[in-house]
Write a protein that binds this ligand. Structure first.
Ligand code: GH3
Ligand code: MG
Ligand code: MG
Ligand code: MG
Length: 312
């Protein structure tokens, strides 16, 4: 990517396309010992709607990675104390940063050195003085792919809901936020009733169909600020921030009743299913584990009470 492109019109179009696509601005960590060089790159990236942070001390880079959580790293080749490829190799030693894109931005014109940098943990090489269009295109493409990858890894493949680990992570963050803002938070656990019978009588494919249908239904019924996860096989979890317990109970009861009226079809066969739900509302200083345990107990009570009901 050393050639020049006519950056004007192309950049404008790219910026408008990407700004429509991404929900939150991409985040790029700019690692460069020269403040003025970093500022030039940041200015171009900010123009494309990218949020940036600059680290001039390479030794502060690891901390910045953790706190800033970037979608890509734009890195200088030569800095006091270490080189970009050395830093890249340090980043790659941590499994969680194995896939974060590292893009070099350097005046180094020796192709061999450029290739070496890219082969030692880097992804792209852009030469200085940079072309704005090349820089923005490269960075946006890398950010978009990395975001998509992170998004997919967090989700369950059948339902596209958050997986077990990530719904619990979401719960932990929400519990902290609720405590900080003095807000009410509810956690609901949902379990399909007699699901084994659905599999046994209609086959695993019908079971999968029902799981997918409930997932879609939950996504339609809850707010975008609520988090929905597939907790286990036929178990789901919903985090409801800023929600009073009686409101959560009424809402889940509504969803439960409406869902129970649906008919699921596959290969000419039809089945209706119900679910049971347990809700716990976060009390002061309660942690996510204790909250989820209480929701689980409430769910157990709902099962014991005859299923197809909500327990608080
Ligand atoms: P209960 O009302 O007490 O919850 O009864 P249940 O039959 O729903 O509960 P149980 O835990 O005994 O069985 C859950 C079944 O869910 C067992 C398992 O085979 C099935 N299951 C788990 N994950 C999937 C999946 O991804 N697809 C399908 N088709 N079935 C699944
Ligand atoms: Mg330098
Ligand atoms: Mg179960
Ligand atoms: Mg079940």
């Amino acid at each position: 990517l050393t050639g020049k492109l006519d950056s004007g019109e192309l950049t404008e179009r790219l910026v408008s396309i990407y700004s429509m696509q991404s929900d939150r601005p991409f985040r790029v960590l700019v690692v460069d010992d020269s403040q003025s060089q970093a500022a030039a790159a940041e200015k171009a990236l900010n123009y494309a709607g990218i949020f940036t942070r600059n680290v001039t001390d390479p030794m502060a880079m690891l901390n910045a990675l953790d706190s800033f959580n970037p979608d890509a790293v734009l890195m200088d080749m030569y800095m006091p104390g270490c080189t970009g490829p050395e830093l890249a190799q340090i980043i790659r030693q941590q499994p969680k940063y194995d896939a974060v894109p590292i893009i070099y931005l350097s005046a180094e014109s020796d192709i061999k050195k450029q290739l070496q940098a890219v082969s030692l943990g880097g992804d792209d090489f852009i030469t200085k003085p940079f072309d704005k269009g090349v820089l923005i295109t490269t960075v946006l493409n890398r950010c978009r792919r990395y975001r998509n990858l992170k998004h997919q890894l967090k989700r369950d493949s059948l339902t596209k809901l958050l997986n077990h680990k990530n719904i619990l992570q979401e719960l932990e963050l929400s519990v902290e936020a609720a405590a900080a803002n003095n807000q009410s938070l509810c956690f609901a656990m949902i379990d399909i009733d007699h699901f084994k019978k659905v599999n046994d009588a209609y086959g695993h494919s019908m079971g999968d169909r029902v799981i997918a249908a409930l997932s879609l239904y939950l996504r339609q019924r809850f707010r975008v600020t609520d988090s929905i996860g597939r907790y286990g096989g036929e178990e789901f979890a919903v985090v409801l921030p800023a929600t009073r317990p009686e409101v959560a109970e009424a809402l889940l009861n509504d969803v439960r009743e409406d869902f129970s009226k649906l008919v699921h079809q596959l290969d000419g066969e039809e089945v209706g299913v119900t679910f049971s739900c347990g809700i716990a509302c976060c009390t002061e200083q309660e942690d996510a584990i204790s909250l989820s345990q209480r929701a689980d107990k409430a769910l157990y009570r709902a099962k014991a009470n005859g299923r197809n009901c909500v327990e608080l």
